[in-house]
Ligand binder design. Sequence first.
Ligand SMILES: Nc1ncnc2c1ncn2[C@@H]1O[C@H](COP(=O)(O)OP(=O)(O)OP(=O)(O)O)[C@@H](O)[C@H]1O
Ligand SMILES: [Mg+2]
Length: 383
Amino acid sequence: MKNVITNPFVTGGYAGPDYFCNRTEETRRLSDAISSRRNITLISLRRMGKTGLLKHLKHQVENKSKSTAVIYTDLLPTMNCNEMLNAISTALFRVRRMESNFMERMFGLLASLRPRLTVDALTGEPAVELTVESSSEIKTGLENILRLISEIKQEIIFIFDEFQQIARYPEKNTEAILRSVIQAYPLIPFIFSGSSKHMLENMFMSAGSPFYQSSELMYLDRIPEEDYSVFIKENFGKADMEINDGAILRVFKWTRLHTYYVQYVCSLLYEQGAPKSEEAGVNSIFHRIMTDFEPQYINYRNLLPRHQFSLLKAIAAEDGIAQPTAGSFITKHDLTSASSVTTSLKSLAEKEMIVLDNDRWQVYDVFFSRWLQYHYGPGDNGK
Ligand SMILES: Nc1ncnc2c1ncn2[C@@H]1O[C@H](COP(=O)(O)OP(=O)(O)OP(=O)(O)O)[C@@H](O)[C@H]1O
Ligand SMILES: [Mg+2]
């Protein structure tokens, strides 16, 4: 089959090892944990590459051993226990559906939850819907799903992406139920993943919470500059294009080496198709990005309370700030008082507009940060 991917810089999803940069060590660490049947929790900033890494791991593991299946469940869209069970059952069903009688067995075991087979309207993929009415039904449902899995004559690895989501469900005992069911199957390795460092650390590191010390924590950092640089050059090279070191360095600085943003800038640059990319070409891409996203940023400006927006501007203008309640910062940016900064900071962090990155508060969305800096900052943006 002809390769249909024309731009090697993927910005949505996983497109195979050829389009995936590095992460060799990280993949090995995850595989080692799986082989030793240790649970592991992957944590990073948003858009740093957790899902990509998990899909890469799935690809590697399933390629290496045909008798292993990875069940990947994304919990982000789920809002309650019932939806969580639907997501898990759907993920399991999609992996096993080619096996004869699987549906009969699965639906038989889950009969009390009235399983229904539906079709995703957009992708055409099958989905399973259950009806849960009490927390005892959630427990039974989970137990049956795991029993079904343990009976499968295949190595199974379970991945829960955006795991912190379960702490947001209205049902308060989800963690305890999930933990007690999972504990009964020590041979099945679980990988948890998510971007809310604070919530995940609370779940796995505070004594008294059900998942306390049940999993090792792994923090996913930036891809090292040297490796990313080779990856970028190689991919431009394959299309007979060149990008020089100055241009690459400029991209890394401007994007804070944050994976999604590096990929996005590179994909536009690649699409432009210039035989040689230098700093000037990269700058024009930055300008285009800021213009493209501007309506969205103006919207944020209109929606956010004045003080919160002022704090965002100030954080962006400083390109991150370690101590936002310091007198000098407050005076310089007219932020009224330390207590109002504390209130706005909390509110912006809850909305995920800002994040603590390497001990500095930063505007979370890098492009938005650069736009703010460009319009309200002291000149240069990341040179
Ligand atoms: N190693 C990599 N090489 C190339 N591209 C990558 C790599 N890792 C991730 N990406 C790309 O970067 C983007 C962001 O990655 P991904 O979605 O995996 O991040 P995430 O940490 O799961 O984010 P979120 O917390 O928002 O779910 C994706 O478009 C993905 O294709
Ligand atoms: Mg993700």
